[in-house]
Design a protein around this ligand. Structure first.
Ligand code: GLU
Length: 469
């Protein structure tokens, strides 16, 4: 088996490496590693007067906490091994950021670009119906979300289909996250994975001793960044990093990459990509036809934010970045990681770094269960008290508080609350895994530390549940 076709095994290898730092019995680790339920579906959909059989999956990796949670991917590369690996990563990811869910993942083996909107809607609704039939969706059971090739639109079809079949279910809206705002979505979910990547990297770059080891200064400002993948995750990560002073020198997509040592204006490029449906011929950067070569250019931070298995034993030695931030799930294979580790590259692992998406999904699920938006009850009250305090200060000091100062202090709305919850989660989780890494002299990666953190939490939950007859 090549490195590329054993993604699930790669995740298991990482778990085994971490298990040696825990005291759990071997059987418990085995139970944690396996997928609890794998559902493969083949269903017919009429596409342009022909019947097409669609292959799809939903995998629930761990039931130690319910509901299970994880995105649904539309790609012609979807296969059972991939969905199982991604479901497993969701379990560990949720544990690391203290989101109280088990892991799951779904996938439909189609290239969404080859279908009309109407066809995609019929495929999505039929898939949802298949999930309903077997108890693989529901606010207390299994809650999908967007992933590669899906977004708000697909989530709204899923929510609507589920609600049609569950009219008495008061919490039906919470059957899926990543919905449009008007359908029970939460502000800040779309950008959440990308923004979380920024918060995570900011935290990783904040320790002088860690940065000194790799020859960098602390802080994000002035750091050069190459991003692979300019979809929802890559774009928002690049945008927020740029807003905070990073220089985006490279952007790679499947059709090729762009490089400009002086920096690429992220929003300008996004506009170009939307208008032209490609980044090819973007006039303000050099075009590199072989997109994967862009990852080998000089930069401080490399962010693979597309698909798995991008950095392997074949190209790891050529990577020049000092920090790799895993925006995607599983972009580095264990063999690739071993080479990077010898070179002293700091890897900020996927199960921590891209967990912003599921963290804000958790907020959305909570919002749906509570049937009220964050800040709705106390926003006006906070604003009134705030205005009274400002009046008092201005009256007593004779100084006018500027509108900018007022905006910075004003009562929080939903977006503020979501962003601060996300930032807090990313800071605390980083502290946890860094502390674990420092505690073990023989441990050499943040990834192993993150797995140890996850195994500890999952293992303890299993033992508490007493699920072993
Ligand atoms: N698909 C995203 C991930 O891989 C989000 C999952 C979710 O929000 O449930 O983390």
């Amino acid at each position: 088996m090549s490195e590329q076709v054993k993604f699930f095994q790669n995740v298991a290898t990482y778990v085994d490496q971490a298990a040696g730092f825990t005291n759990f019995p071997k059987g418990l680790i085995e139970q944690i590693k396996v997928c609890n339920a794998v559902y493969q579906i083949n269903f017919p959909v009429k596409i342009k007067d022909k019947i097409q059989v669609i292959e799809a999956y939903r995998v629930q990796h761990s039931h130690h906490r319910l509901p299970t949670k994880g995105g649904i991917r539309y790609s012609d590369m979807v296969n059972q091994d991939e969905v199982m690996a991604l479901a497993a990563l969701m379990t560990y990811k949720c544990a690391v950021v203290n989101v109280p869910f088990g892991g799951a993942k779904g996938g439909i083996k189609i290239n969404p670009k080859e279908y009309t909107e109407d066809e995609l809607e019929r495929i999505t609704r039929r898939y949802t119906f298949e999930l309903i039939k077997k108890g693989f969706i529901g606010p207390a059971l299994d809650v999908p979300a967007p992933d590669y090739g899906t977004g708000e639109r697909e989530m709204s079809w899923i929510a609507d289909t589920f609600m049609q079949f569950n009219q008495q279910e008061l919490n039906a809206q919470a059957c899926v996250t990543g919905k449009p705002i008007g359908q029970g979505g939460v502000h800040g979910r779309t950008e959440a994975t990308g923004r979380g990547i920024f918060y995570g990297l900011k935290q990783a770059c904040s320790y002088a001793d860690d940065m000194k080891k790799i020859g960098l200064e602390t802080g994000i400002e002035g750091k050069t960044v190459i991003i692979q993948g300019f979809g929802n995750v890559g774009y928002h990560a690049a945008r927020v990093l740029q807003e905070n002073g990073a220089i985006i020198v490279g952007v790679a997509e499947y059709e090729g990459g762009l490089y400009n040592a002086k920096g690429i204006d992220v929003d300008d490029l996004k506009k170009f990509q939307i208008e032209n449906k490609t980044i090819r011929n973007y006039p303000k950067a050099k075009f590199i036809k072989q997109s994967n070569l862009l990852m080998e250019e000089v930069c401080d931070i490399l962010i693979p934010a597309a698909l798995e298995n991008q950095i392997t034993k074949d190209n790891a030695a050529k990577i020049k970045a000092k920090i790799i931030g895993e925006g995607a799930n599983g972009p580095i294979t264990p063999n690739g990681e071993a080479i990077l580790s010898k070179k002293g590259v700091m890897v900020v692992p996927d199960m921590y770094l891209n967990a912003g998406g599921v963290t804000v999904s958790y907020f959305e699920w909570l919002k749906n269960l509570s049937h009220v938006s964050f800040g709705r009850l106390d926003h006006r009250h906070q604003d009134d008290s705030f205005n009274k305090i400002i009046d008092l200060i201005e009256g007593n000091t004779g100084r006018r508080i500027s509108n900018r100062e007022k905006d910075a202090l004003r009562g929080a709305d939903e977006l503020d609350i979501v962003r601060s919850g996300l930032e807090d989660t990313m800071i605390n989780s980083y502290e946890n895994i860094r502390t674990i890494l420092k505690r073990h002299k023989k441990m050499n990666s943040l990834r192993t530390a993150a797995y140890v953190d996850a195994l500890d939490k999952i293992g303890v939950t299993y033992l508490k549940l007493g699920v072993f007859p």
